[in-house]
Design a protein around this ligand. Structure first.
Ligand code: ADP
Ligand code: ZN
Length: 916
């Protein structure tokens, strides 16, 4: 139960000052030896009742109703009129044993079942009252038992959000089950200590007040996530419900709070204000945590502050407030259409519920519903794929398909028709995309074709209020298809028929803070539980998905060719070593790339230059002593940014002025090495002064509308060259682009990560796919210092099969996923010695539990980034043959030990995508 560490210091918004929660509480009861024994037996000996058929990746993943939760000691009650599936406390205790309300022991995990020296007197509840299990939203892992008094009891069904007393305060949580009075009595709890649920928290504007906020299917899904990814059920439930929903936010009007100073300064200011103006400090922290302009009303609620505190911050010049009507969903669509250049049909109308919530139409222009049927006939490959999916839909049972098709092979067309079929049968669709802001064209196409059924696009740039309105519309049953990134998975759709995960190989599907779930895996679980069809689409499937298809756990559908006979562009590899030797100098641009770009511009065609690194130079050294400029708080070299004239740390955001002299020896003149997008832009403008050049990376695309503007300009031919990071690698379809230059293919290859080759292959293939989408054809140039690397060579040949074959063989030989499941335990602390010792301690705890088992513990060792934001970092890797044995490990004593490390905190990341 690692996420305890996270609970102590949530990375999300509004950190509850955790220590309060536990102050003044009694020491934990002594552990009952019998209970402990039973627990061990359950952990180690019991096979889950229900297994997913995904061995070895998930050999033992338990379904939500599996009764083998290792710490469950209470039998499932079946009274109380709640559906049995949800009424059980067994799943709620998946992660932590329950304890009576407010009785939070000082050692958070050892609040195990209290001993019962002698059975106490029979336990009588007041008439009509019940006992419920509540998982707190944040602060404390595990679940706690509360009394549901008669007046409230009927409404305290599983999934309801409630306010409960906890220590000296009241906190929000979720009812996750009920509990039998006898079990409490048997555990020796003093009924007099039992506290009552204060009230049920409902959502303003929700017209389904009778049903719990978290539907039963989503509660089950949350249980599954909590167990698979070793995090508290309450924190998963908190993530399932959009923040704006909880506060009843609306999209009608928004007062936005913006940072007026760089993050580093805000952090400093917050530290300075902590004592004399804690509310102002809390507001700053909340703003920093949200990472973007945030609704004032939400920030205030988050920080528990009032308007005066906010005004004071404005006066200090730390934040500014902009008053604006938030963009409506409709406007977002409109922007998307503009970018796609389609515009001819317009978007379909968002359902009136979204429009009319506040009496003000949020969509200023008239929409026409134009479900224009596709004019073209499917290719034979598309028809074959669609037929297979339609058959599965008709059968109404869960199936997984891997739709593997090269870029431009018509995958999206297949999704669209599959979703249309599901809608026709009265079922709903869910489409996950890696980052919807980057694929406005895709969103627009879905809107255009399926809009008549109600499409909600959960854009990452929506305000909390807009998101909340979309959620309410989905919950009211008015939405047929939800499109969005990761978190769209939790849309409260009740008749799911088809889930699509587009670009399923993308790393962004893994959430990098708690709960650290992988959206593809969760989509599979959700589809399985809903008897829905899952379609995973990619030109370059993840090796996990490729392996599943080979092992027969999914059905692969191939679209081997681009539609309309378009060819994949030829790829030329340019060895930069050779280039440097022949030209006798160090080059960023080869002669070949320069020539190709010149020809492209002369033909009035367009080029895309890709480099997966932003900034100007990535390494700054002294010309005399060779000292490298590094971040003070991270083990990272600083990147220079010319435009803003700063050096910045890409991990913590620290910035400082570009030094005129070396900070070590004082010699004048520092040297700028390495290449970022800003430097590429600089070079291109130098070589082609007349070219119209734009750069797209997270430095230039800070505004909501910036993507749309730049992409529209590029599409309209107002730009000749587009330079960018992976932001431009995805989904863009510009027929006039005939040249794609990959300025340096090697950036990811040097990463100490077993997936670095896979990532490089995928990225190269993806970027190359941006060329030659139109009739003019196109070409791709790849500059590299590793021209013989298998990933580079395979991408040049567009040879996915060859690449997958070789890479799978390698992964098998070294015991890496998809042949094993991994968990990474990261131990972080301020003091080097203590952190190192804590790492050792973590290693011992994990080894003690895994001795003699098939699990393998590696480390601890210093993490590749050994220091981040002033914290030292060590990590351990646990390898297992299946997900269930990992889940059991972290739910058991080892997980508890990780919560109690001295002077350091541990976080567990199951299926880690980042190893830095
Ligand atoms: P992918 O999702 O695989 O990149 P898309 O579905 O976006 O491919 O298709 C690429 C382009 O080809 C789109 O403009 C789409 O409308 C068009 N298209 C798709 N299928 C066909 C077809 N069978 N005949 C003609 N055009 C098609
Ligand atoms: Zn830093």
């Amino acid at each position: 139960m690692l996420c305890g560490a996270m609970a102590r210091k949530p990375r999300g918004r509004a950190a509850t000052p955790e220590p309060d929660l536990f102050s003044g509480l009694e020491p934990p009861p002594a552990q009952n030896p019998d209970t402990a024994k039973e627990k061990n037996e359950r952990t180690n000996g019991t096979a889950p009742a229900e297994r997913r058929r995904r061995a070895p990746r998930d050999a033992g993943a338990t379904g939500p109703s599996a009764s083998a939760a290792p710490e469950t000691m209470i039998e499932a009650p079946s009274d109380s009129g709640v559906p049995r599936q949800d009424a059980t406390s067994r799943a709620s205790s998946t992660h932590a044993p329950t304890s009576p309300a407010g009785k939070a022991p000082s050692s958070r995990r050892s609040r195990a079942q209290t001993p019962s020296p002698a059975p106490t007197a029979p336990f009588h509840l007041p008439p009509g009252a019940r006992l419920v299990e509540v998982a707190p939203e944040r602060g404390a892992p595990g679940t706690f038992t509360y009394l549901a008094e008669a007046a409230l009891a009927p409404r305290l069904v599983p999934g309801a959000r409630v306010l409960v007393p906890f220590g000296a305060r009241a906190i929000a949580g979720y009812v996750v089950g009920t509990r039998e009075p006898q079990s409490l009595a048997a555990a020796g709890f003093d009924p007099a200590r039992l506290k009552s649920v204060l009230k049920r928290l409902d959502v303003p504007g929700d017209d389904r007040e009778q049903s719990p906020l978290i539907a039963p299917a989503l509660l089950d899904l949350a249980r599954w996530i909590a167990r698979q990814y070793a995090c508290p059920l309450g924190s998963v439930l908190a993530a399932i419900l959009p923040a704006g929903v909880k506060r009843g936010a609306s999209a009608a009007r928004a007062r936005l709070v913006n940072a007026a100073r760089p993050p580093e300064e805000l952090r400093e200011a917050a530290a300075g204000l902590a004592k004399k103006a804690p509310k102002q400090a809390a507001l700053l922290h909340a703003l920093l945590a949200s990472g973007e302009a945030t609704l004032a009303q939400e920030l205030l609620a988050e920080a528990g502050a009032n308007d005066a505190a906010l005004r004071a911050l404005v006066k200090r010049g730390l934040v500014s407030i902009s008053e604006q009507a938030a963009l409506s969903l409709g406007q977002v669509y409109e922007g998307a259409t503009g970018a796609a250049g389609g515009g001819q049909t317009g978007m379909s109308a968002p359902p009136p519920e979204i429009r009319g919530q506040h009496g003000r139409p949020c969509c200023p222009r008239t929409f026409q519903v134009a479900p224009a049927p596709a004019e073209f006939a499917l290719t034979p490959a598309q028809s074959g794929a669609l037929d297979a999916i339609l058959q599965a839909l008709a059968a109404g049972a869960h199936r997984t398909f891997l739709l593997q098709g090269v870029t431009g092979s018509g995958k999206t067309e297949v999704y669209l028709r599959a979703l249309a079929a599901a809608l026709k049968e009265g079922r709903q669709g869910l489409v996950l995309v890696p980052e919807i802001a980057l694929t406005p064209q895709t969103a627009a196409r879905f809107e255009q074709r399926l809009g008549a059924h109600g499409v909600a696009v959960l854009h990452s740039h929506l305000t909390d209020g807009e998101r909340a309105e979309a959620w309410r519309a989905v919950r009211a049953g008015k939405i047929g298809v939800v499109i969005g990134a990761r978190s769209a998975l939790f849309a409260p759709l009740e008749r799911l028929g088809c889930i699509v995960v587009d670009e399923e190989h993308e790393g962004t599907y893994k959430q990098d803070n708690a709960p650290r779930y992988h959206a593809r895996e969760v989509a599979l679980e959700r589809a399985r539980a809903a008897n829905a069809v899952l379609v995973l689409g990619s030109a370059t499937p993840s090796l996990e998905s490729a392996y599943d298809a080979r092992a027969g756990r999914s059905t692969r559908l191939l679209l081997p060719e681009r539609v309309r006979g378009a060819q994949l562009p030829p790829v030329e590899i340019v060895s930069m070593q050779e280039e440097n030797r022949e030209t006798q100098r160090y080059n960023y641009f080869s002669r070949a790339l320069e020539r190709a770009l010149r020809e492209t511009l002369e033909r009035r065609e367009q080029g895309i230059l890709f480099l997966n690194r932003r900034g100007y130079a990535t390494v700054i050294t002294c010309r005399r002593c060779g000292r490298t400029e590094r971040c003070d708080r991270c083990d990272i070299t600083l990147t220079s940014h010319r435009q803003r004239e700063v050096l910045t740390c890409h991990y913590c955001g620290m910035e400082k002025p570009i030094p005129q002299v070396c900070s070590a020896c004082g010699a004048p003149g520092v040297k700028f090495w390495g290449l970022g997008t800003e430097r590429v832009e600089n070079q291109v403008k130098g070589i082609f002064p007349d070219a119209r050049v734009a750069r797209m990376d997270s430095d230039t695309m800070t505004r909501r509308s910036a993507y749309v503007e730049t992409l529209s300009a590029f599409r309209a031919g107002k730009l000749d060259v587009l330079i960018g990071t992976q932001m431009i690698a995805k989904g863009l379809d510009f027929p006039n682009v005939t040249l794609v230059g990959i300025v340096l293919a090697d950036t990811a290859l040097h990463m100490p990560d077993f997936r670095s080759r896979e990532r490089t292959f995928q990225l190269l293939e993806q970027v190359a796919g941006r060329a030659g989408r139109g009739e003019k054809g196109g070409r791709v140039l790849v500059q590299t210092y590793l021209p013989k690397d298998p990933a580079v060579l395979a991408a040049a040949e567009h040879d996915y099969e060859g690449f997958a074959e070789a890479e799978l063989r390698e992964r098998h030989a070294y015991g890496y996923p998809p042949f094993t499941r991994l968990a990474r335990v990261l131990v972080r602390g301020k003091d080097l010695g203590q952190t190192q010792a804590a790492g050792q301690q973590a290693g011992e705890a994990l080894r003690a539990e895994t001795k003699g088992s098939a699990l393998q513990v590696l480390g601890p060792s210093a993490a590749p980034i050994s220091m981040l934001e002033g914290r030292h970092r060590f990590h351990l890797l646990v390898k297992a043959s299946d997900g269930e044995s990992l889940a059991a490990l972290f739910a058991g004593p080892a997980g508890r030990a990780l919560e109690k490390l001295k002077g350091a905190e541990a976080t567990v990341d199951v299926d880690p995508q980042a190893m830095l």
